[in-house]
Design a protein around this ligand. Structure first.
Ligand code: NI
Length: 194
């Protein structure tokens, strides 16, 4: 089932998400729905707050990166598909690098964000196997972006104040649904009739 994606401005995107319970009987169905929702919106990552749920859960499928045959770094992540439950970032190391990020909750906006290029993260996969793993390059980047979602952080929070001011009107329009988007969304602010 495709779920509506929560748009910028919804308070659920600003909240630190809560631990997922092992007893949650709806968890596997939710994960399946999140994958379906992410594929329908052509994303490579999706976090539970983006479907309105304040849960420490996000999914990644970087296979679209495999289409870029010119970029060896992109090809490296084409088989990277994983579910991250109750993730905790252990460390972020390496050199800072710039990548143009986008977010399904903030359609039409893409901006350069600087992050470190290597991470170590602890999490449970969808079968509740506990894992601790290192990622770098695009894999690290996608995880950092999705991990921020479960901490209540959006990539726009990381932009310089001047850039943020420049985007203010566009962001406010997105929260009202005044945006051209081809997947199902839920907008937090009602459109004002004039
Ligand atoms: Ni995002």
């Amino acid at each position: 089932m495709i779920l509506p994606i929560t748009a910028y401005g919804d308070p659920v995107l600003k909240k630190c998400a809560e631990e997922v319970s092992r007893d949650n009987p709806d968890l596997q169905a939710l994960i399946d729905n999140m994958f379906e929702t992410m594929y329908a919106a052509k994303g490579v990552g999706l976090a539970a707050p983006q479907v309105g749920l304040g849960m420490r859960l996000f999914i990644v499928d970087a296979s679209p990166f495999g289409e870029d045959e010119e970029d060896p770094e992109a090809l490296k992540v084409k088989d990277f598909k994983e579910v991250f439950i109750n993730a905790e970032m252990v460390e972020e190391t390496g050199s800072p690098w710039v990548f143009r990020e986008g977010c399904l909750s903030i359609p039409t906006i893409r901006e350069d964000v600087t992050r470190k290029d290597r991470i170590r993260i602890r999490y449970f996969d969808r079968d509740w196997n506990e894992k601790e793993a290192e990622f770098d390059g695009y894999a690290a980047r996608i995880i950092q972006h999705e991990y921020d979602h479960i901490e209540g952080i959006l990539f726009t929070d990381k932009l310089k104040p001047l850039k943020k001011r420049f985007l203010k009107k566009k962001l406010s329009d997105i929260s009202k649904g005044i945006v051209d988007v081809d997947y199902k969304m839920k907008f937090p602010v009602p459109k004002v009739r004039r």
